[in-house]
Design a protein around this ligand. Structure first.
Ligand SMILES: [Zn+2]
Length: 215
């Protein structure tokens, strides 16, 4: 007799967490011809194909309401999974915040952000989160860059938003060059909290507000 596996146990081991989601997952498996209604077990040799069909046919989302919102109304079935399987956050709040930022910026047409402060790691993370999107950064590193007013002017003319990351290493004489005497400069927001998630969230708040005020 060929080895077989309980379908619900296998779905749970794949990270499909609740009963309604397992029902949805079974619909996907049935559509792929790998099971049919009422079957409880599946031949073990079919599991590789089942795994492929399953993850190609669903949108996995974790229990966080923000992830469900961010997933929107996708073409594929939404299935509840653990955080590490979540298609929105993949277990990372930073990743989710980055995704929200990209969406909020796209809606409000915000593409050019001038950032003062933050660590090299944070800058790399921000660039990675927005890679392949319309968002461009000009970043002034508070530890290394010593810009002059003359250097700051084209940055200010370019930017649609100036973000001062106040909780990071950012000498006053650096931020001053950008924040003082700004004739018709871009809008300015100050982010008091550390962490890329906090920065992304602040940009989302700004972009959502400006999207509303633009109608
Ligand atoms: Zn999630």
């Amino acid at each position: 007799m060929a080895a077989d596996t309980d379908i619900d146990d296998w779905l749970a081991s794949e990270g499909i967490l609740d009963a309604p989601s397992r029902v949805e997952a079974r619909v996907v498996l049935a559509a792929a011809g790998l099971t049919r209604a009422g079957k409880q077990r599946i031949a073990t040799h079919k599991l590789d194909r089942a795994r492929e069909a399953l993850w190609a046919g669903i949108t996995p989302v974790c229990a966080n309401p923000a992830c469900l919102t961010a997933a929107g109304i996708p073409a594929k079935l939404i299935v509840r999974t653990g955080r590490d399987r979540c298609s929105v956050c993949a277990g990372s709040n930073t990743r989710r915040a980055g995704r929200e930022m990209v969406e909020a910026c796209a809606k409000s047409g915000l593409e050019r952000i001038l950032l003062l402060g933050g660590s090299g790691n944070a800058h790399a993370e921000l660039r990675a989160l927005t890679a392949g999107t319309p968002i461009e950064w000009r970043i002034i590193d508070g530890r290394n860059d010593r810009p002059t007013k003359r250097q700051a002017l084209p940055d200010l003319a370019w930017a649609q938003l100036l973000v001062v990351w106040a909780s990071t290493e950012l000498p006053h004489r650096v931020s001053q060059v950008y924040t003082e005497d700004r004739p018709a400069g871009p809008p300015l927001i100050t982010v008091a909290r550390r962490g890329v998630e906090a920065l992304c969230t602040a940009v989302v708040q700004f972009a959502s507000g400006s999207a509303r005020s633009n109608g």
